[in-house]
Design a binder for this molecule. Structure first.
Ligand code: F6P
Length: 531
């Protein structure tokens, strides 16, 4: 948001359009649908139901130009240290680039990525063929991925989204929460001798993951018959091999992920192991190649046809010029139910910042609150507020047109409901006669639709890549670093000092009165001094 003049003009456009019904923008431009629909890598992005016209869009693209987004995209792909506060590149794109087709990512990064993919492939093949098995020569039937945030959300999303590809009998489970009840409930149905745990942690220092790892070890220790080696049952995926080894993981069972991949961008690395285990390495490669197609588009397409640029700038228009403070994500596809949560981390952990790249406070909004749930469930919970509430909340609808496996009548209704929501948000009913006051819907609420013919590994890869790059475009315009997350550190430090307090006989005096009172009741309950 550097150019005051450009920003000033956009504010003027926003004022001019304030009272123009979105539907009138369609009559003003007979080609609006094609002018505002963009296509790449099997995805279509229709932003025509947003409150903007060609003049707005071209002014937003001038802002993109003035913020040097093109140059920053080149920096991202070329391995420049775009993560300035941690002084390293953010090269998740290298993980999905292939050495024969793409020459833009520096060769050494591609070589590192390929080496780790080879290790992943041989481990996955060995597990699927039964060559890697337990000490009794039996295949592992259950794999539990222990990890949180980026070491959980991407693999979980992909496992759910690609259900149709099922090719192996391995059951995949995710253990992200610290709640002991979740642990107990999960392991109670697992066969210990045929269960493999994947400890997924880039840092190998996340306390929730390490706690669950300890409990998994204890559980196995108490259940395995003696000849079975505990170490066979654990694999680590990490950038910190030394810590994993020190924590008891066999060196041969440690898959490294490069340091230059951010946690929330790591599904493309060995963190994606559940995808390859469950659906086969080919599916995992297709997933990567779909993302690579979108990467190619992002790097080469002109700004005015560039999906991540358009999606990012429509978001900036809604946030910074039309004053929306949140973004709802509603996938009309049950297999994408975890997408809102995935995007929550991607967008909010990346761009939930109030300091610019040089550490100064910014005086405009950055990432809106991202939230959502799958349609049609959403229609029966929060959509009321989207239609009649006092907040204006833009929506991204995600729609896969083709039905997964028959059930076409269901699919007809899915498509109809998705389109109906977006249409109702735009039109409302105030223009109709004789509507009672409390039934009136003002309409003119913006939404975009991202659609594809079918949800498959490639379109899923492209969809995630689209949002990753959208996030990057926005961070560039907001002049913030999307690749660090210092905001989460303080909470971790406080948690560890509170745990010390809970463990100690005496109470530390450093806590605020509210925290101290709850700790004190907790300790009393633990020791049976109160009920
Ligand atoms: O606390 C936030 C975070 O650092 C995320 O960025 C990351 O995805 C998650 O924790 C898990 O971190 P790790 O993979 O190091 O366990």
């Amino acid at each position: 948001m550097k150019s005051k003049k450009q920003v000033g003009q956009l504010h003027e456009y926003a004022r001019d359009l304030q009272n123009t019904p979105i539907i009138e923008l369609f009559s003003a431009d007979p080609n609006r649908v094609s002018d505002f629909t963009f296509e790449a890598a099997g995805l279509f992005l229709d932003v025509s139901k947003n409150r903007l016209n060609k003049q707005t869009l071209s002014s937003l693209l001038e802002l993109v130009d003035k913020c040097h987004v093109k140059e920053k995209i080149a920096d991202l792909f070329n391995g420049v240290h775009v993560n300035v506060t941690e002084d390293r590149p953010a090269l998740h794109v290298a993980l999905r680039a292939s050495s024969d087709t793409e020459s833009w990512v520096p060769k050494n990064f591609i070589a590192e990525a390929e080496e780790s993919k080879l290790r992943l492939k041989s481990l996955v093949d060995a597990m699927r063929s039964g060559e890697k098995c337990n000490d009794d020569g039996e295949r592992f039937s259950d794999v539990v991925m222990i990890g949180v945030g980026g070491s959980n959300l991407g693999p979980k999303l992909a496992i759910e989204a690609l259900r149709e590809e099922e090719t192996s009998a391995i059951n995949i489970h995710f253990l992200d929460h610290l709640d002991g009840e979740k642990f107990r409930n999960l392991v109670s149905s697992l066969p210990p001798h045929k269960t493999l745990f994947v400890v997924a942690s880039k840092s190998f220092g996340t306390s929730e993951t390490l706690r669950n790892y300890e409990s998994a070890r204890d559980w196995l220790k108490s259940r395995l018959i003696e000849k079975t080696s505990l170490k066979n049952h654990f694999i680590a995926i990490t950038a910190n091999g030394a810590k994993a080894k020190a924590a008891g993981i066999n060196e041969g069972n440690i898959l490294k992920i490069p340091d230059w991949v951010g946690g929330r961008y790591s599904v493309w690395s060995a963190m994606g192991i559940p995808i390859a285990l469950k659906y086969g390495y080919r599916v995992y490669e297709d997933f990567l190649s779909g993302a690579a197609l979108l990467d190619h588009h992002f790097r080469t397409a002109p700004l005015e046809k560039n999906l991540p640029v358009i999606l990012g700038m429509v978001g900036i228009w809604n946030t910074n010029f039309l004053q929306s403070s949140s973004l709802a994500i509603i996938p009309y596809e049950h297999r994408l139910s975890s997408l809102p949560m995935y995007l929550q981390q991607l967008e909010m952990e990346s761009n939930g910042k109030s300091l610019s790249l040089d550490g100064a406070a910014i005086d405009y909004h950055s990432a809106p609150v991202t939230w959502g749930a799958s349609g049609t469930d959403a229609q029966h919970s929060f959509c009321q507020l989207l239609h009649q509430g006092t907040h204006q909340i833009p929506v991204d609808f995600i729609l896969a047109l083709k039905a997964p496996l028959g059930y076409e009548k269901h699919q007809d209704m899915i498509v109809a409901n998705c389109l109906a929501q977006s249409r109702a948000l735009m039109l409302g009913n105030e223009r109709e006669n004789n509507i009672e006051n409390h039934k009136k819907l003002r309409g003119d609420r913006p939404s975009s639709i991202i659609y594809m013919d079918k949800l498959h590994p490639k379109t899923l890869g492209a969809l995630i890549s689209l949002y990753e790059h959208k996030t990057f475009v926005q961070s560039t315009v907001w002049n913030i670093n999307p690749f660090d997350q210092w905001g989460v550190e303080l909470g971790k430090a406080f948690a560890s000092s509170i745990i010390n307090d809970i463990d100690s006989e005496t109470s530390c005096n450093q806590n605020d009165p509210s925290t101290a009172a709850i700790i004190s009741r907790y300790k009393a309950l633990k020791t049976g001094r109160c009920t």
